[in-house]
Design a protein around this ligand. Structure first.
Ligand SMILES: N[C@@H](CCC[C@H](N)C(=O)O)C(=O)O
Length: 291
């Protein structure tokens, strides 16, 4: 493993989370940090590092080869890395935390800190294209409706769970389960998935309909997720988008708000045709310098 203390020593960092999906944020405007998969894994280590589900590197789009084509539309690129050092195309909670960091740090053009940014819209680049968020106490991001790609399934300890494959910019498998079964699922090991359907792996969501209504929502579900590259996490924004699309499609609806309870809190996904707005909290909890 690379020695973090010599290669990233002196670099600034922040720590933040969205419904307890947590990230180390590395401001690197010119793309100058020598970030590697090993360094990301070391940063995300919950005992020997800072601990996180992933790393959000904050790079000017013009300075990163994966985003240079977006430089005219979005000044900043979310360079997302999973905790195991793999790179992912999309992160719904990461976008909200990234936007919170841009406004709190003053990096967003015209931003005036957290209070002054309320109501403003900011567009960032991701590996899956541009995404625009509206700032407020919660942050609402236009994610677009995931594409549903047909039925498949997951295996957990030899038990099969039928589900639906979805593309939310990154790959997902949504498996409906009875509410009574959700808390007891063993997500300590990766669910088995079909490598033909998911050649690059997938994030697997288990979702249960809940009987009680959630304020402001048409549907209310609970979700647990096993994330590609990170294991079970407390929340997954792109997973919530995939779940909302599947839940509404299975009900024969093309519009509606789905409230999704995850172990780390609640997110909402409001669908209307091709539009899907993911909304929820995002906070920065610490800033510092790597030793
Ligand atoms: N937690 C994220 C998703 C992060 C990427 C994912 N693990 C993948 O590899 O696709 C979210 O909030 O969407």
């Amino acid at each position: 493993m690379d020695d973090m203390s010599t290669t990233l020593a002196g670099a600034a960092f922040a720590k933040g989370h969205g419904t307890e999906n947590d990230f180390v944020i590395l401001p690197d405007p010119d793309g100058a940090l020598p970030l590697t998969a090993e360094l990301v894994a070391a940063l995300c280590d919950r005992r020997a590092g800072l601990g996180a589900d992933g790393v959000l590197r904050v790079v000017r789009s013009a300075k990163h080869p994966d985003a240079a084509g977006h430089a005219g539309a979005a000044e900043w690129f979310m360079d997302y890395w999973n905790a195991d050092g793999s790179i992912a195309e999309m992160c719904g909670n990461g976008i909200r935390v990234f936007l919170r960091y841009l406004t709190e740090s003053g990096l967003a053009a015209g931003s005036a800190g957290i209070a002054g940014s309320a109501g403003t819209e900011i567009t960032i680049a991701t590996r899956s294209g541009l995404r625009t968020g509206r700032m407020g106490e919660t942050i609402a991001v236009q994610m677009g409706t995931p594409a549903l790609l047909g039925t498949t399934g997951a295996q957990l300890r030899g038990v099969g769970y039928p589900g639906v494959a979805a593309d939310a910019g990154n790959p997902h498998l949504v498996c409906p389960v009875p509410a009574a079964e959700l808390p007891g699922l063993d997500l300590t090991a990766p669910p088995g998935i079909d490598p033909v359907v998911f050649p690059h792996g997938a994030n697997v969501e288990f979702v249960a309909e809940l009987p009680d209504p959630a304020p402001g929502a048409d549907r209310h579900v609970a979700m647990r997720v096993y994330e590609r590259g990170a294991g079970e996490t407390r929340s997954c924004g792109s997973g919530v988008c995939a779940v909302a699309a599947v839940v509404l499609a299975e009900a024969g609806e093309t519009a509606g708000t789905v409230a999704v309870d995850v172990p780390g809190g609640r997110l909402t996904a409001t669908v209307d045709g091709d539009s899907l707005v993911l909304a929820g909290p995002a906070v920065i909890v610490a800033t510092g310098i790597l030793a």
